[in-house]
Write a protein that binds this ligand. Structure first.
Ligand SMILES: [Zn+2]
Length: 313
């Protein structure tokens, strides 16, 4: 009797100990460069992964200050998801190198370039290099701001997770399908909300919104920056003000990490609304996932467009 009891007890202890440990070991550690990618990875990976971003959504993803803690994150990562198109070229390569983690090196078993299947706009014709100061030499890297590209990113991540955890393939595929259909439904809702404003002319600070504009029918006629990554100059600002007056542009979209001095001056000269629009999850506190990013930005835009009474003629 005594023997049986202790055997049962041991078995129970073994089960209690083994179950959570095995589960914890099974989780893939996913590190992403941006919060948008972490949000999408969570949609696909569910409780079989942990996902953490290096950059915060309120930071300019082109210019992230490298910290030693980022190297530690990469050392422990099974998967690294990058936006690609050289968005992170100013800060990510040394972090990858210093992590000495073979899995997350470019081309490694756990490396994902999320842009592979995405629709990329503004691919330069002819030769444009970073030496010319343009930070978009391989086309526009802000492609996640189209929900259709969100699906392409999710597919990329799902395929990789399934490759690394073949036993969980159906789990990841089911979550991908679920995410994709929820995005399709939300996409219809966003499109119908934006439909009355189709063709509205706007200006943005940086070229962050071409995919968003294409999807939701906005016409971006100019930028506060003369070129991506190049700060505003007095002459360019003057030209922009004149062009905005000529075309009656009443909204300027500014990413949260840019100084508002020039946009505010443009607003005073043209009467345009200066709107701080987060291009990323985490850009403001309310934007906690990929769906909330579009909910927030679209509601913000519609509020401003109603205020200025700008509708396509
Ligand atoms: Zn950019």
């Amino acid at each position: 009797m005594k023997f049986r009891l202790s055997k049962t007890w041991l078995a129970l202890v073994a089960i209690a100990l083994a179950a959570p440990v095995a589960h914890a070991q099974d989780k893939l550690t996913v590190v992403t460069t941006t919060e948008d990618l972490a949000a999408i990875a969570r949609e696909v990976g569910g409780d079989r992964i942990t996902a953490e971003s290096i950059a915060r959504g309120y930071q300019d993803p082109h210019f992230v200050e490298a910290k030693p803690s980022f190297i530690l994150k990469l050392q422990k990562a099974d998967v690294l998801v990058a936006v690609g198109r050289e968005l992170e070229i100013g800060w990510l390569p040394p972090l990858i190198q210093q992590s000495r983690n073979a899995k997350v090196q470019v081309g490694g078993a756990g490396y994902i370039d999320a842009s592979q299947q995405a629709r990329i706009l503004e691919i330069p014709q002819g030769q444009i290099t970073r030496a010319m100061g343009d930070v978009h030499p391989l086309g526009n890297p802000h492609y996640w701001l189209d929900p259709e590209n969100g699906k392409a990113i999710a597919k990329e991540i799902s395929d990789k997770l399934a490759q690394l955890r073949p036993n969980d393939r159906s789990f990841f595929e089911q979550r991908l399908n679920d995410f994709t259909s929820r995005l399709t439904e939300a996409g219809k809702r966003w499109a119908s909300m934006m439909a009355p404003y189709k063709g509205t002319k706007v200006v943005t600070y940086h070229r962050s919104f071409p995919n968003f504009a294409e999807r939701f029918g906005l016409d971006v006629i100019g930028y506060v920056e003369p070129r991506p990554g190049i700060p505003p100059s007095p002459q360019h600002t003057l030209d922009l003000i004149n062009e905005m007056k000529r075309q009656n542009v009443k909204v300027v979209m500014v990413e949260p990490y840019f100084d508002l001095k020039t946009p505010n001056a443009i607003g005073r000269a043209t009467g345009a609304e200066i709107l701080v629009v987060p291009p990323s999850v985490g850009g403001v506190k309310e934007v906690a996932d990929y769906f909330k990013l579009f909910d927030y930005d679209i509601n913000l835009l519609i509020g401003a467009l109603k205020k200025v009474g700008t509708q396509a003629q």
